[in-house]
Each structure stands twice: as structure tokens, then as C-alpha cells.
Design a protein around this ligand. Structure first.
Ligand code: ADP
Ligand code: ZN
Length: 295
């Protein structure tokens, strides 16, 4: 089966042709400029291929409620020109094939559960710490959603005692994304993340915030794996800090090998590396295809 996959981010769109095994045959990247320009590049890329289903994992917020008139739209994004864009509609006009639509992070969680670090498990969490913080999850074998998709990157956490930074989230100021995303780290310390590599206090503070969120997700969802990707997580020294801090914060309340000798197999980088999102959108395409064909 030949599928199309779109991983739509605030800075770039990754498009791929692949199949139901997660194999990527061809890939192209386009900058996210205006919807007109970016969509025309995306359409041109797919037009030379015969695709039988499409998967779209998108930045949000998006409308994933199939009963809604705005299903398939990007809704209230602060990204200029992209609010109120009918993403699924625009694609279906040109490619009238079964189309799966979810957040980029739910797609990545699905990809990891099918082919990556959570393969064979019916539960996992996928977090990206990049320009924003987004979190997706597989719960009981299904992509997690409610009346809309969760926004677990915007939860409230306790301020680190040494942190006097007000936060960068345009909606909440010092929510998790406001304090621990790439732009937050840059604004607080006055340098790019990769220029701060040897500054322990930078990563200790970021790890403290991320660990608080992982504690909360553990208490609420009990994910069998917690997978962390995105630009900031390229700082691999954050992982051992997370292992230590999550165990400390839970303080023995949750008893499981995941919180003891297996903690470094529980809080981990993506098994699919930078391809978690794009492979996950292939899995979304496959789900849409099977659903529509009743197989
Ligand atoms: P996006 O979230 O836009 O899809 P990324 O996941 O690459 O893209 O995240 C970009 C953010 O991550 C930027 O704020 C950047 O400063 C930060 N970042 C990228 N690489 C690194 C790195 N090696 N170390 C620390 N921060 C990084
Ligand atoms: Zn926020």
C-alpha cells in the first residue's frame, strides 16, 4: 500500500511517501510560510504519486471532533495566517482518499507504539520539547483524545526556587511550555540552547520542570513508556537528571520497577529518532485506510 504522510510543524512541513510497515520511500521538507505557499508545495510533492490514504499529524490547536463543522481545521493557533485553515478539506479536495488527522505528538506516540520504543505496548506517552512543548499518548491501545486533543504541554507546575523568569507562553506565561521550551530557555539565559551545553544549572532547571510534568502524567495516565524528543532533548544530559528527579518527586508512592532499576528504560529518547512523527503519520494513514475499508 502506498500512503502519503504530512508532519506539519510551525517551522516546517515534512512530507513522505511510505507504506503500512512504516517504511519511508521518499521525503521532502518545506518551510511553513503562508498556507497558500506551503500547501501548494505539499500538493506538488504528492501529485506525482498514487497514494491510497493520507496521514496528517499537525501542530495545533486543531479540531479533531468528527461531529464538528470545523473538523480538520487548524483552530486558534497564534501562528500568523494559519488560524481557521481547513487542512483536511484542502488536502481532500486534491487527494480524495481516506485521511487520518491528529496532533503531531499523538501521531508520534502512535508511531513509537507501532514501530519504536513502545513497540508491542498498549500505552505510552510522547513528549516533544522544542519550539513548544507538546504531548501525545496512547492509552489502552488508542490515541488519547477527549472533546478535543489534550494540551499537556501547558500544565501548571511549581516554580524552581532559583527561577525568577516570568515565562514565554502567550496564554499562560509560566506554564510548562512557558518555562521549559527552547524559546523559554533562550529567553531566560540569553543564549541558544546548544550554546549552553556546559551550564549545569540550565539543564537542572529544565529537567526539574520536565520531571514535574512526567510525575503528573505518571499519576494520571501511568504510561508504560515515556518517550521524549524535540530539539531541547538533544541535550542528552537531561535524561539522567529526569531519571533521578522523577523518582525523587514520586518519593516511593508509586511502586514499580519503572521507578527503580528500570527507570532508564522507562523515560527514554524516541526509538524512531527524528522519524517518530513522520512514521506515526504513516500509521495514521493506515488506520484511516482500514477504518474506511472496514478491515
Ligand atoms: P520544532 O519544535 O520547531 O519542530 P525542534 O524540536 O528542533 O523544532 O525545536 C527547536 C527548539 O529547540 C529551539 O528553541 C532550539 O533553540 C532548541 N534546540 C534545538 N537544538 C538544540 C540543542 N542541540 N540543544 C538545546 N536546544 C536545542
Ligand atoms: Zn501555556
Amino acid at each position: 500500500m502506498q500512503y502519503g504522510a504530512i508532519e506539519a510543524g510551525g517551522t516546517k512541513f515534512v512530507c513522505a511517501i511510505g507504506d503500512e510497515t512504516g517504511n519511508v520511500m521518499e521525503k521532502a521538507t518545506f518551510p511553513t510560510t503562508t498556507p497558500e505557499e506551503t500547501f501548494s508545495q505539499v500538493i506538488e510533492f504528492f501529485q506525482s504519486h498514487k497514494i491510497e490514504a493520507m496521514g496528517i499529524g499537525s501542530f495545533g490547536p486543531i479540531d479533531i471532533d468528527r461531529q464538528s463543522k470545523q473538523y480538520g481545521y487548524i483552530t486558534s493557533t497564534p501562528k500568523k495566517g494559519w488560524s481557521g485553515v481547513d487542512f483536511v478539506g484542502k488536502m481532500k479536495e486534491v487527494f480524495p482518499v481516506p485521511t487520518g488527522f491528529d496532533t503531531d505528538v499523538n501521531a508520534a506516540a502512535l508511531g513509537e507504539s507501532k514501530w519504536g520504543a513502545a513497540k508491542g505496548l498498549d500505552s505510552c506517552l510522547y513528549m516533544t520539547v522544542g519550539t513548544g512543548i507538546g504531548v501525545g499518548a496512547i492509552v489502552n491501545g488508542e490515541r488519547l483524545s477527549g472533546f478535543t486533543h489534550p494540551e499537556m504541554g501547558h500544565i501548571l507546575i511549581r516554580k524552581h526556587p532559583n527561577d525568577h523568569f516570568e515565562g514565554v507562553c502567550p496564554y499562560h506565561g509560566d506554564c510548562l511550555e512557558g518555562l521549559a521550551s527552547g524559546p523559554a530557555i533562550e529567553a531566560r539565559w540569553g543564549k541558544k540552547g546548544y550554546e549552553l551545553e556546559d551550564k549545569f544549572e540550565v539543564w537542572e532547571m529544565a529537567a526539574d520542570y520536565i520531571a514535574q510534568s512526567l510525575m503528573n502524567y505518571t499519576l494520571i495516565l501511568s504510561p508504560k513508556k515515556m518517550i521524549l524528543g524535540g530539539g531541547v532533548m538533544k541535550q542528552k544530559q537531561i535524561f539522567p537528571l529526569l531519571h533521578q528527579k522523577v523518582a525523587e518527586k514520586l518519593n516511593g508512592y508509586v511502586q514499580h520497577p519503572n521507578l527503580a532499576e528500570k527507570i532508564d528504560e522507562w523515560i527514554i529518547p524516541p526509538g524512531l529518532g527524528d522519524e517518530a512523527g513522520i512514521k506515526g503519520t504513516l500509521a495514521l494513514a493506515d488506520q484511516a485506510y482500514r477504518e474506511e475499508k472496514g478491515i
